[in-house]
Design a protein around this ligand. Structure first.
Ligand SMILES: O=C(O)CCC(=O)C(=O)O
Ligand SMILES: [Fe+2]
Length: 338
């Protein structure tokens, strides 16, 4: 079979890989489930403290610095004069990396294989047969506002199509550096996941002639967000320590705030879903994407390849191929679940 790659640039293509009619997995929440899982279901997000030991998370942050410096654009971790967009590899939103095979760096795979993290997703989905995403991460150093997409303005979005108003994907990120309310980091609007479907139901008249986008993404305007705040939703910017893990329903309105002050913000995006929801075609694409060193969107099953993976400025697998455990190889699709 010839593996078809559909890149993010083609997300709006109705024939894209979004498989709107495909079934979605269900979260397994019972009366005796852990509190964090009940909170995730109720609020659309949750911060789980100390999922990874602090020292190990701090080590991933150091390895993130090695990764940035090792690409030799001129950035030096301790020299603020090099904290400049010209001296950093190409990224989005002030430090979001989805090129240079970020997803396949050894430290990223080591983080994705952290037992505490895998355990969270096993509890969410009630299975240990999971498939993993190749999404990127944030190695955001403080940059002048004019060097950051949108001058560091919020970019509120959901990572799900209006045609999928139910739970379809739970996203996650491992936080690597201490961050407070005023620093860069994930900002979420609590309560929006549960109202996502109602919003589109009540606003059918706003549906464009060509329909809502079928890509798993939706950018919100301030005016639209007022509808949510009028119904009790509120912005939350959690304080986080290295090793804390945030989970959020892809319907939840969120964005990654760029560092506003002197502190860096490092995080690795990590997402697992039940393997049984992946088609054979998706598995073949995923394995091929792994071999090529491509980064994908966050959804481990209905993923798209990030734009411009084969651009002449991009370097695939700059540090070689990662070493993986048997369990991770299964989550990639390299080794079958028996
Ligand atoms: O950087 C962040 O915290 C958020 C990035 C984001 O929107 C995502 O991973 O879906
Ligand atoms: Fe997002």
């Amino acid at each position: 079979m010839v593996v078809q790659f559909v890149s993010q640039g083609q997300w709006n293509d109705a024939k894209g890989p979004m498989n709107i009619d495909k079934p979605s997995p269900k979260m397994v929440v019972k009366p005796d489930s852990p509190q964090w899982l009940k909170d995730l279901e109720r609020d659309g997000f949750v911060v789980v403290k100390s999922v990874v030991p602090k020292e190990r998370a701090a080590e991933y942050a150091r390895q993130g610095e090695d990764w940035l410096e090792g690409l030799k654009f001129g950035y030096k971790r301790d020299d603020t004069s090099t904290w400049d967009v010209q001296k950093l590899p190409k990224h989005n939103h002030g430090g979001l990396y989805s090129h240079y095979s970020f997803a396949h760096a050894q430290f990223v795979w080591d983080a994705k294989a952290e037992p505490g993290i895998v355990d969270l997703f096993e509890k969410i989905w009630g299975t240990d047969k999971l498939t993993v995403s190749f999404d990127g991460g944030s190695l955001a150093v403080p940059l002048p506002a004019e060097q950051v997409q949108g001058n560091k303005a919020p970019w509120p979005h959901s990572d799900q199509s209006a045609y999928r108003p139910w739970t379809h994907c739970i996203q996650g990120l491992l936080n690597l550096l201490p961050i407070g309310r005023e620093d860069g980091g994930l900002v979420v609007m609590k309560g929006t996941a549960q109202l996502f479907g109602k919003y589109f139901e009540e606003h059918k008249h706003l549906e464009p002639a060509e329909g809502w986008t079928k890509r798993d993404g939706y950018n919100w305007t301030d005016e639209q967000l007022k509808w949510f705040t009028d119904r009790g939703c509120e912005w939350v910017k959690p304080d986080m320590e290295p090793g804390d893990f945030v989970l959020w329903d892809s319907r939840t309105v969120h964005y990654g705030a760029a560092p506003m002050r002197e502190k860096k913000r490092f995080a690795i995006y990590i997402c697992y879903k039940p393997d049984e929801f992946m088609t054979e075609e998706q598995r073949e694409r995923k394995v091929e994407a792994f071999k090529r060193g491509y980064c994908t969107s966050h959804d481990p099953t209905d993923f798209v390849i990030k734009d411009k993976q084969d651009a002449n400025w991009n370097i695939l697998l700059p540090y070689g191929t990662p070493e993986l455990s048997e369990k991770t190889k299964k989550a990639i699709g390299l080794v079958p679940y028996s």
